[in-house]
Design a protein around this ligand. Structure first.
Ligand code: SDX
Length: 428
């Protein structure tokens, strides 16, 4: 929707560019013709001021600490909805009625098994392989098994591939964990909810049935909701860029998993718990706060800061409450949680963090809960990827079904040598 216009004087002339309004949030200047008009590119490494697309899925107001999925606030969804219902909402745009939700959940349940041949892929990895390395491999390999849902121009194939990815991620993630601990894979069961099924595949052993504790199922489902989607973050942008070339959805999600692994992104949940464990006790906190503020020290407070949130990450608020509830209900006294809360209080009252608007993000408390549930830290980002697959798939569908979408191909500011002639080696 065009509003007023923006004038840019460049390339020897003055040019008008339409200013477009969204339904809420910052306007954008439509500069698609800037290069043709001026011979110049915009320059925005890290895309701090660049909108790569328009989207109706998720809205974030970083200053107010607001996160909406199709207009619904994240705290309401976390408290009142379910991960499967949020998945349906992100994919289809509206909250489903009961019959529709039940049908969606049944469809997803019926796709949770993986081709038996896929199990051999795991055996190629060392037992101590990082589970995210395994996930990068096996999710990309799905495209070798599900050819009948790789034609991105066929809406039905797109739908089946989307359901397959959402359904199979828990199975593949649980298999990655089982492989790392040398236990046999556990098959999914259709009589369990999505999240209970995942917990059973992860923690059940042939010698003893695992009955998912409703407290843990509820906490896990809430954590999945909090990680489902988050606008055009690095891994979602990776999925969109891969998808813009026409790559099949399994390959695109594997690309997203690879990007999420980075400690500046989804890998921060593993790094944050490792950091809290390294700090160990409240009296060590000042030393680490000083390191985080020291420009000469690469150390950063993991789980703190965000490109968009310059206020509290609303997901962190829900996560901290969930951590408190789960620890109390499980009767777990984890000193790390006390260190996390004290670290948060000290940081939030420190001029450095106040001035740079650094607050806890979604990754700061999640590790405390996941550790209490029984996950090893190297599984934390796998769980993030499991949940974010819903957002990646929804964003991929939105992009692919946009008739205006084209291959993403950024330009550059070239700073290398200008043209010069080759010099034979005996003349150098
Ligand atoms: C996720 O984008 C998303 O939406 C991501 C995500 C999602 O759901 O998809 O929300 C998930 O990735 C959450 C973020 C997880 N990462 C971490 O917790 C790692 C620690 N945080 C930082 O690395 C950092 O805050 C980022 C990467 C999250 C954001 O970096 P930006 O936006 O590029 O900000 P910056 O690096 O330019 O930092 C601004 C200033 C810098 O100081 P100056 O150079 O201005 O002096 O703040 C400082 C930074 O040094 N700073 C920190 C800090 N984060 C930023 N200083 C100490 N500790 C930190 N954690």
């Amino acid at each position: 929707m065009a509003g007023n216009s923006a004038k840019i004087e460049a390339g020897g002339g003055t040019h008008d560019y339409a200013v477009l309004d969204g339904s809420v949030g910052p306007q954008v200047i439509d500069i698609r013709k800037l290069y043709a008009d001026t011979g110049m590119f915009t320059y925005d490494p890290g895309f701090t001021s660049t909108a790569s697309c328009d989207s109706g899925l998720t809205y974030i107001d970083g200053d107010q600490g607001i996160l909406l999925h199709r207009g619904y606030p994240i705290d309401q969804l976390a408290e009142q909805s379910s991960f499967m219902e949020v998945a349906y909402l992100l994919l289809n745009g509206e909250l489903p009625d009961k019959a529709t939700l039940d049908s969606f959940v049944t469809t997803i349940s019926r796709h949770t098994m993986v081709h038996e041949q896929l199990t051999t892929f795991y055996r190629g990895f060392r037992r101590d392989a990082h589970p995210m390395a395994i996930m990068c491999g096996v999710v990309g390999a799905l495209s070798a098994f599900y050819h009948d849902s790789t034609d991105i121009n066929d809406p039905l194939q797109r739908k089946i591939a989307s359901h397959r990815l959402i359904a199979k991620m828990p199975t593949l993630a649980a298999m990655a964990y089982k492989y790392s601990v040398g236990q046999p894979f556990v098959y999914p069961r259709n009589d369990l909810s999505y999240t209970a099924n995942f917990l059973r595949m992860t923690f059940s052993v042939p010698a003893e049935e695992y009955i998912p504790d409703p407290v843990i199922v509820d906490a896990m489902d809430k954590i999945f909701i909090l990680h489902a989607d988050h606008e055009q973050n690095a891994s979602t942008s990776t999925v969109r860029l891969a998808g813009s070339s026409g790559a099949n959805p399994f390959a695109c999600i594997a690309a997203g998993i690879a990007c999420l692994w980075g400690p500046a992104h989804g890998g921060a949940n593993e790094a944050a718990l490792n950091m809290l464990r390294e700090i160990g006790t409240v009296d060590k906190i000042p030393e680490y706060i000083a390191r985080a503020k020291n420009k000469d020290d690469p150390f950063r407070l993991m789980g703190f800061g965000h490109r968009v949130y310059k206020n509290y990450d609303p997901r962190a608020t829900v996560m901290q409450k969930t951590a408190k509830d789960v620890l109390e209900k499980l009767g777990v006294k984890d000193p790390i949680f006390d260190v996390a809360k004290e670290l948060e209080q000290i940081a939030l009252n420190d001029p450095y963090f106040i001035e740079k608007k650094l607050y806890p993000n979604v990754d700061f408390y999640s590790g405390v809960i996941l550790s209490a549930i029984g996950f090893p830290t190297d599984m934390f980002t796998v769980l993030f990827a499991l949940a974010r697959t819903v957002g990646w798939v929804a964003q991929w569908n939105e992009m692919i079904s946009d008739p205006a979408q084209k291959i993403g191909r950024p330009r550059q500011l070239y700073t290398g040598p200008t043209q010069r002639d080759y010099v034979p080696v005996d003349k150098r």
